[in-house]
Design a protein around this ligand. Structure first.
Ligand code: PPS
Length: 300
């Protein structure tokens, strides 16, 4: 990644605008036609999430499952955001996400997106690609997003916590409403069988079990030794120390403000929400989350 730190000032931060009913910033919409016309291949795997739900964690697991044994040098020389390109990304001075995806030499290609389901390029569905969606409970998700928006200098100015929380509840975040995102993808899963919907909280609770489920979805059977290596490598502390996955090489992020691998916990929201904020949030949540089949854990 090359990025000019001199340009890192308030004018670089994106401004939210309404994009077909979803709040977005330009760096995720500027290449729209090419994103929409992206030609997926049948063996592509799409990793889809609302921002801060565990994208990097699942990306790394999938990368290790597919390529960890084949090419160990990949693990020590290519940052995860290059191994798993971010499809809609158009940050100035970085390669376009679509071009990066098109240039991937791997098979399968692992591709990341934060798009709400209705914006996903249609070729992924036409090619019946496998899709892994990760969802995280709203309270921890908004806390993680708040810290990220401070340190990721292309995101809109986050403002203070209380106004940020109000904005989250109104869906005025980059990639839109968390509520619409998790529900939209959940609904898609009912109609599209090649979608594995997983939860951040389940991963924190038992990563071995979640890797087993992923393997069965992907048709992979790693050896016991390989699985042990992967399970160890994807622990929070290992990833935090691993420069190829902790984003320390991503110059659009200011680690002096907050690390990308921040806490990795379920329940950190309790350190941010006041009792009144939590009650107001829960009231509003009940009105927006009507589908009883989609349940999240806010603690484990
Ligand atoms: S992004 O910017 O949308 O791609 O961010 P994303 O990777 O989706 O989410 C970052 C959060 O995931 C946490 N994380 C982990 N938690 C536990 N264990 C592991 N191995 C792990 N890897 C990433 C990361 O710490 C961010 O959450 P917070 O709560 O901010 O710590």
């Amino acid at each position: 990644m090359s990025f000019d730190p001199d340009k890192m000032n308030s004018t670089f931060r994106g401004e939210l605008f309404d994009f077909h009913g979803v709040s977005m910033i330009h760096i995720f919409t500027d290449n729209w036609e090419n994103v929409q016309n992206f030609q997926a291949r049948p063996d592509d795997i799409l990793i889809a999430t609302y921002p801060k739900a565990g994208t990097t964690w699942v990306s790394y697991i999938l990368d290790l499952l597919h390529f960890g044994q084949q090419s160990p040098e990949r693990q020590t020389s290519i940052p995860i955001y290059e191994r798993v390109p971010f499809l809609e990304m158009t940050i100035p001075s970085l390669n376009l996400g679509v071009d990066q995806a098109n240039n991937l030499p791997t098979s399968p290609r692992l591709i990341k997106t934060h798009l709400p389901v209705q914006f996903v390029p249609k070729s992924f569905w036409e090619q019946n690609c496998r899709v892994v969606y990760v969802a995280r409970n709203a309270k921890d998700n908004v806390v993680s997003y708040f810290h990220f928006d401070h340190m990721a200098q292309f995101q809109p100015e986050p403002g203070d916590w209380s106004s940020y929380l109000q904005r989250f509840m109104k869906g005025k975040m980059v990639f839109g409403s968390w509520y619409d995102h998790v529900n939209g993808w959940w609904k898609k899963k009912q109609a599209y069988s090649n979608l594995h919907y997983m939860f951040f909280e389940d991963m924190v609770e038992d990563i071995g079990r979640e890797i087993d489920k992923l393997c069965s979805f992907l048709g992979l059977s790693p050896s016991v030794e390989e699985k042990k290596q992967i399970t160890g490598g994807v622990q929070f502390d290992s990833m935090k120390m691993n420069d190829m996955v902790n984003h320390s090489t991503a110059t659009v992020m200011d680690f002096k403000i907050s690390p990308f691998m921040r806490k990795g916990k379920v329940g950190d929201w309790k350190n941010h929400f006041t009792v009144a904020q939590s009650e107001e949030f829960d009231e509003d949540y009940k009105k927006k989350m009507k589908d009883p089949s989609l349940q999240f854990h806010t603690e484990i």
